[in-house]
Design a protein around this ligand. Structure first.
Ligand SMILES: [Zn+2]
Length: 481
């Protein structure tokens, strides 16, 4: 029906039930098994077996079950596991439960689960199939990832024709070759992976796998860095990286542009509407979009609306969208709270960034070199010009705390507390943490080996307090000054 395929049966069922339109959910062809009765006390039933038989007599579908002794339990589970291929639904395990309801009530439950039942998970299902080809995908950061193209095989309730091969070393260690019969494993929702080769069945004429020397997307030479498993395309003008980058930019945790999926990104690129960066999105003309295959005026308007709406996302989302190495959702949020405008962030130096909780020196380096690069500067300028929001609403500190309205700078080594923990305490007490000493600083919390910040505070006449004093201040009543 032209809609994306669900990753697995569980997502299909959960996604269908979440549909707002119950008719749409009904149309998905879901079925169910009933396995318990909520108000069992209201029925004069003594065991779970009786409950299931009663439900069945009412016409409810009930899963096959057996009542066994402790000694028989394991062989019953094994038998169930062996029957997995014979039923038309996926089974990932068995539940072992106490049958007598009176005993269950006696056993009770912990905060998280009943004490009278335990789940047994079958090992991940493995099957053998032919490896037809190894294809290479180029990711957003230029990493080349090999994927296995398989002769389709039924595995854990789904048909598998693609599986992960991780990286070059993974393939070399197992000597996986195109044409081999390979073992494929899939556990629940995990992406299927090739785990090994059936050597006895290797056909003649196979050759060891070699990573391509050039990028399958742009043709530039690829590189493998010392000590890294990944092979990368480092070309700044690689279409695959551009497309994956734009998909990431538009994704839900980033700028959340509705309706802009991989197929449309590809189409925009193929028709010359997406050439340099995600900033191109904000310069699209509705007529051009409408003229794309399978689009039309209505779909084009929806996309334009989605793009327009994305202009108002807070800075933290934009930071996620930019795809700066090691800047995920959490780091982006902390950065935007500390530097609530893009200008402030761009003006921050390595040391200042490294002081921010959760941002280490490596991430700080990544941020600075990313923001300093010409393509990034160009992209940010075009985003700003298009009216994309570059500010973050800063969360108000609780008023009335012991440090309400105070700006604190923390430096040096504190006894028994990291600087990040101390910063958290400041925020919880209603204060603000700043990374640099200025005239606006109310006081400097200085631990052991305090350096240039201490000198600067003394020069500016900013009060310097010890860790002990800091702890006392946190205990004190709110100040009114
Ligand atoms: Zn490339």
């Amino acid at each position: 029906q032209g809609e994306p395929v669900f990753a697995n049966p569980r997502n299909a069922a959960a996604g269908s039930l979440r549909q707002l339109d119950s008719k749409a959910a009904a149309g998905r062809g879901l079925s169910l098994f009933i396995f318990s009765l909520q108000n069992e006390e209201d029925f004069s039933l003594a065991t779970h077996g009786e409950i299931l038989r009663y439900l069945k007599s009412l016409g409810f579908p009930v899963l096959p079950f057996s009542v066994v002794t402790g000694e028989e339990a394991l062989s019953a589970i094994t038998a169930l596991g062996e029957s997995r291929g014979d039923v038309d639904y996926a089974i990932d395990g068995a539940v072992l439960a106490v049958d007598a309801l009176a005993l269950r009530r006696q056993l009770g439950s912990t905060a998280r689960a009943p004490r009278w039942s335990v789940a047994y998970k079958f090992p991940a299902e493995e099957k053998k199939t032919r490896l037809r080809a190894i294809t290479i995908q180029v990711g957003r950061t230029g990493v080349l990832t090999p994927a296995a193209e398989l002769e389709p095989v039924r595995l854990a309730g789904t048909t598998v024709s693609k599986a992960s091969l991780h990286n070059e070393d993974f393939i070399a260690e197992r000597d996986i070759r195109v044409g081999d019969m390979v073992w494929v494993r899939k556990a629940g929702e995990i992406i299927p992976e090739v785990i090994g080769v059936e050597r006895k069945e290797r056909p003649e004429g196979t050759v060891p796998f070699q990573m391509p020397k050039s990028c399958p997307s742009c043709g530039e030479k690829v590189r493998r860095m010392e000590g890294e498993a990944a092979t990368r395309c480092v070309s700044p003008e690689c279409p695959a990286q551009l497309l994956r980058g734009v998909e990431h930019f538009a994704s839900r945790q980033a700028m959340d542009i509705e309706g802009l999926g991989p197929a449309l990104v590809q189409s925009l690129h193929e028709h010359g509407l997406l050439q340099t960066s995600a900033a191109d999105l904000y310069y699209l003309e509705k007529e051009d979009v409408a003229a794309l295959p399978r689009m039309g005026p209505k779909a084009a308007q929806n996309l334009m609306d989605g793009i327009e709406k994305s202009k108002t996302r807070p800075l933290s989302r934009l930071l996620v969208a930019l795809g700066i190495p090691q800047v995920g959702q959490k780091a982006a949020y902390v950065l935007a709270q500390t530097f609530p405008t893009m200008d402030a962030l761009c003006a921050a130096g390595r040391e200042e960034l490294a002081q921010v909780p959760d941002i280490g020196p490596i991430t700080a380096d990544n941020i600075v070199s990313w923001l300093d690069s010409e393509p990034a500067k160009h992209m940010l300028a075009r985003l700003a010009q298009a009216g994309v929001n570059m500010t973050e609403p800063v969360v108000e500190s609780p008023s009335g705390g012991a440090l309400a309205g105070k700006t604190v700078v923390i430096t040096g080594t504190l006894p028994g507390m990291t600087r990040e923990e101390a910063a958290e305490r400041v925020v919880l007490a209603g204060g603000q943490v700043s990374s640099a000493v200025s005239k606006k600083t109310n006081f400097l919390l200085a631990g052991e080996k305090a350096g240039s910040k201490l000198a600067k505070a003394e020069k500016l006449g900013i009060p310097v307090i010890s860790f002990e004093t800091f702890l006392q201040m946190l205990e004190e009543e709110p100040t009114n000054s």
